[in-house]
Design a protein around this ligand. Sequence first.
Ligand code: FSO
Ligand code: SF4
Length: 541
Amino acid sequence: MFCYQCQETAGCKGCTMVGVCGKQPDVAAMQDLLVWTSKGLAAVTTALRQQGQAVPADVNHLLTLNLFTTITNANFDRADIEARITATLDTKRELMARLGDAAALPEAARWDGEGDWMARARTVGVLSTENEDIRSLRELITYGLKGLSAYSKHANALLQDDEEVDAFLQRALAATLDDSLTADDLVALTLETGKYGVQGMALLDKANTTAYGNPEITKVNIGVGKNPGILVSGHDLRDLEMLLEQTAGTGVDVYTHSEMLPAHYYPAFKKYPHFVGNYGNAWWKQKEEFESFHGPVLMTTNCIVPPKDSYKDRLYTTGAAGYPGCVHIPGGIGEQKDFSALIEHAKRCAPPEELETGEIVGGFAHAQVLALADKIVDAVKSGAIKKFVVMAGCDGRAKSREYYTEFAKALPRDTVILTAGCAKYKYNKLDLGDIGGIPRVLDAGQCNDSYSLAVIALKLKEVFGLEDINDLPIIYNIAWYEQKAVIVLLALLYLGVKNIHLGPTLPAFLSPNVAKVLVDNFGIAGIGTVEEDMKLFFGEN
Ligand code: FSO
Ligand code: SF4
């Protein structure tokens, strides 16, 4: 196996024996084959569109779910991945018949499942592209598209589609098979991926706010109640909604974990009295926290840590997520899922063990921040707020990520942190205070709500009458882990944001030349020590 798609890749180079995430070599091989087969199908759909033929929405959905399935720690179930390959081949066969002459299509499009899959998988993985710069750009684009697929899938679940995003996604996927494209072509395609990243996140923002209202300032309980509970993790708000409806009046409470925390900020979810609070921290703490929760856990997406036997029978998956031996709750777009197995299971469980008490505050997505705009602009004009620091992104296991806690603590008191994604757990329980009533940590929501941070930045640029988004008093110090952070990064680059600091380490999939392009054109940099970075950002004082 060879996988280097996430920040935790072995030795900052690549996982070759087994994934640091727990992915086994046979699963890695089938994921490589699923990505390749999906690229083949994307070449077919792109050719169909070029002929003026329409591509059915369910084919778009199949492709986004395929890519989502291969995101870091989403799906460890080989049988599930193989079934997706089979479904992709079936769809491809049908569409090929509509296309006519297939001779000009790449091999990935013409492959019909023949031969030994494991042997085939070995020839189509990351290392099958020999030139390291082309490989780096192809993977950068592919990972961005995986992130975009995840966000599209969540929007699709709320019955929102954007054919332009799907058509681009498939054209770009197919382009990663095209040997005639130069490094310059692929750099241009990378930026275009960022453009559609913005469009995809805007789609999801519209889907979420149309369905559930605009996030608003909310205090979220981090303690526990006395009833047994179900813990919901991942990002899919539609799954949460269905679960909340089905648990109402059953005596079973519902809690969020990790990236599901921001669900509490939406008005529509406040009407459920049994939606008690958020339990625990970021995804990587799940081994301890799922254990002490005592009740069933629903993983609606990544990030799954291979479960301990002590709670494996309580771990359920749905959507793109999967784990061998754990029950998967089926249901496609627009379908009602049946969570009764979890509800009955919860009734047999003890209530969650209390980890902490108190509240955390969030809900600062674009509408809420813009409602406070006057106050914020005044604080900037008076000098009460000197700088905003975007610390969005992901949390992870690496000890080096303690940097972000220390960085948040060391920030001057006239700075405000803008955050989104699970990175916030590194500092959202510190008491960082407020500036004239504006909390010093403004949490917009999930990682896709980084879109809100971009909307806020663009609004501030307008209010202050600036020409360039980079003239705002905003520092970008982003933590990344998996491929959704890649699409967020590409989206920010597309919006013209420069000098983004990315940590705790730069992606292993950036070759030295590709890294140089990002450094030279966008001022991308890594992180130093907290002391060094304080000096860098704020000078000697
Ligand atoms: Fe975190 Fe995991 Fe949201 Fe990611 S829970 S790491 S970038 O899935 O998607 O921030
Ligand atoms: Fe390794 Fe990350 Fe790939 Fe898992 S997803 S195999 S940890 S690089």
